[in-house]
Ligand binder design. Structure first.
Ligand SMILES: C[S@@+](CC[C@H](N)C(=O)[O-])C[C@H]1O[C@@H](n2cnc3c(N)ncnc32)[C@H](O)[C@@H]1O
Length: 200
């Protein structure tokens, strides 16, 4: 697709309707599963997964007892898919909403990133970092994966470099991890940064 296309809700809904969902891993990915396994026992922490798509991470956390997992997406299809796979996932935690309009009421403890940042128009990257900081409590965490590569095709996905990404997050976050992921899915191996950032 061309970068002139509008990456709005209709665009994404159409991608789901046409089955053009090459990003969809069909299951939680190893880096996120491993990170979640280190969170300790489930508690009341508020966890946001924006641009969640079919949200296998939300399913995983829910099935492991985490009660306050919220997913947001502009396309209805993937949210319905989550509801069908996990009928007892709280309906009030499925937000059919633009990430940039979310409010920290109350603030989140953790935001999980996977193939959402790369799906956005790159012009929105500074706003993405600012909005993550807005939604998190001080000391809260933004973690996940960012593509550390350029793609030959026009996006989405849009690639980039760690130096570029660092400049977006540095105003708001301390960097705990910002290095090549060691346990990416095979097609993504060596091309993903594992990030774990703490809001100041
Ligand atoms: C490339 S897909 C990734 C989905 C999911 N994270 C995954 O890894 O399977 C990007 C997702 O972001 C959603 N999206 C795009 N712009 C959004 C926005 N401004 N707010 C919330 N969701 C958005 C799309 O509908 C789509 O589901």
């Amino acid at each position: 697709m061309s970068t002139e296309s509008v990456l709005d809700a209709a665009y994404w809904q159409q991608r789901y309707a046409l089955g053009q969902t090459g990003w969809d891993a069909g299951a939680i990915t190893p880096p996120l599963r491993e990170y979640f396994s280190q969170l300790g026992p489930p508690d009341a922490r508020r966890i946001l997964i924006p641009g969640a798509g079919r949200a296998y991470e939300a399913e995983y956390l829910h099935r492991h007892g985490w009660p306050n997992v919220v997913v947001a997406d502009v396309a209805p299809e993937p949210l319905q898919a989550l509801q069908e796979r996990v009928p007892d996932f709280p309906a009030g935690h499925l937000l059919l909403q633009d990430f940039f309009t979310l409010e920290p009421s109350p603030p989140y403890d953790l935001i999980v990133e996977q193939t959402f940042f790369c799906a956005l128009d790159p012009a929105l990257r500074p706003a993405y970092a600012r909005q993550c900081a807005h939604l998190l409590r001080p000391g809260g965490t933004l973690m996940g994966l960012l593509f550390d590569t350029e793609f030959s095709q026009p996006g989405p996905p849009f690639g980039g470099t760690r130096e570029e990404y660092r400049s977006y997050f540095a105003p708001y976050f301390e960097f705990k991890h910002f290095e090549t992921a060691t346990n990416s899915l095979k097609p993504r191996q060596g091309r993903e940064l594992f990030i774990c950032l703490t809001k100041r």
